[in-house]
Design a protein around this ligand. Structure first.
Ligand code: MG
Ligand code: ZN
Length: 221
C-alpha cells in the first residue's frame, strides 16, 4: 500500500518533470539540479559561477531552502535572475514547486537555469525536476565516506564537485579514495575537485557548464 502511494507520487512528479523538460528543450535552456548537504558550498559555488560566467551566458538560479531567503539574497546580489522556493520544512524540491517558481523567470531570455536543491544527501536525488543533469557538491569537511553511504545521489549526478579542497590539509579526507568510490558507483561521472572560495579547479567546472550550455543551444542535448 505505502509502496503504491509512493509510486503514484513519483509517477505524477515525473510526468510533470517530463513536460517541463520538453519546454526547456524547446527553449534550449540547459537546466542543472544542484544537490548536496547543508554547508557543502552550493550557494558559494553559484556566487563564483555567476561572477565568472554571467558575462557570456544568461543564468537564472532557483533557490530551494527550508526557510528564509538568505541564499536568494546572496545570488540576487550577483545580478542574476533568482527566485526563492521555501519548502516550509520539506526536505527536497519537487516538480510542482519548480513549475510554480518558473513563472517568476523570464524564460525567453535564459541559457542556463540552476536549481539549488534543499541541502540533503538523500531524497532530492529521487525527484526529477525537468533537469538535463544533476550535480552534487561534497565538501571535504563532510568526510570521504559519504559517496558509499549515499550512493543514489552520486549515481544520479553527472558531475560530483568535491569542494573546499583548500581545507584538505586539515582533514583526513582521502581524495583519491573518494574519487574512486564515486567512479565505482557511477563510472561515467565527472569528479572535479574545487575550492569555490579560493578558485582552485573552478575553470574545469566552468568548462563543463559551458560545454553543456552550448550543446543545448545547438540542440544536441
Ligand atoms: Mg544554499
Ligand atoms: Zn525529502
Amino acid at each position: 500500500m505505502e509502496v503504491n502511494v509512493m509510486q503514484d507520487i513519483l509517477g505524477k512528479n515525473d510526468a510533470l518533470a517530463d513536460a517541463m523538460k520538453a519546454d526547456f528543450a524547446a527553449r534550449r535552456i540547459f537546466v542543472l539540479n544542484l544537490m548536496g548537504s547543508p554547508g557543502s558550498g552550493k550557494t558559494t559555488l553559484m556566487e563564483a559561477t555567476l561572477r565568472a560566467l554571467s558575462g557570456e551566458m544568461r543564468i537564472a538560479v532557483i533557490e530551494g531552502d527550508l526557510f528564509t531567503s538568505k541564499d536568494a539574497d546572496r545570488i540576487g546580489a550577483c545580478g542574476a535572475q533568482v527566485v526563492q522556493i521555501n519548502t516550509a520544512g520539506g526536505c527536497h524540491l519537487d516538480a510542482p514547486m519548480v513549475e510554480k517558481a518558473l513563472k517568476s523567470l523570464d524564460l525567453d531570455n535564459l541559457d542556463l537555469i540552476v536549481i539549488e536543491n534543499v541541502g540533503n544527501l538523500v531524497c532530492p536525488a529521487e525527484f526529477a525536476l525537468g533537469e538535463d543533469a544533476k550535480a552534487v557538491v561534497l565538501s571535504v569537511t563532510e568526510g570521504d565516506d559519504k559517496p558509499m553511504k549515499y550512493p543514489l545521489m552520486f549515481k544520479e549526478s553527472a558531475v560530483a564537485l568535491i569542494n573546499k579542497t583548500d581545507l584538505l590539509p586539515f582533514t583526513n579526507f582521502d581524495l583519491p579514495q573518494a574519487t574512486e568510490d564515486i567512479k565505482t558507483i557511477h563510472p561515467g561521472a565527472e569528479v572535479l575537485p574545487i575550492s569555490a572560495t579560493k578558485g582552485d579547479g573552478m575553470d574545469a567546472w566552468f568548462d563543463w557548464l559551458r560545454k553543456k550550455v552550448n550543446a543545448k543551444k545547438e540542440g544536441a542535448v
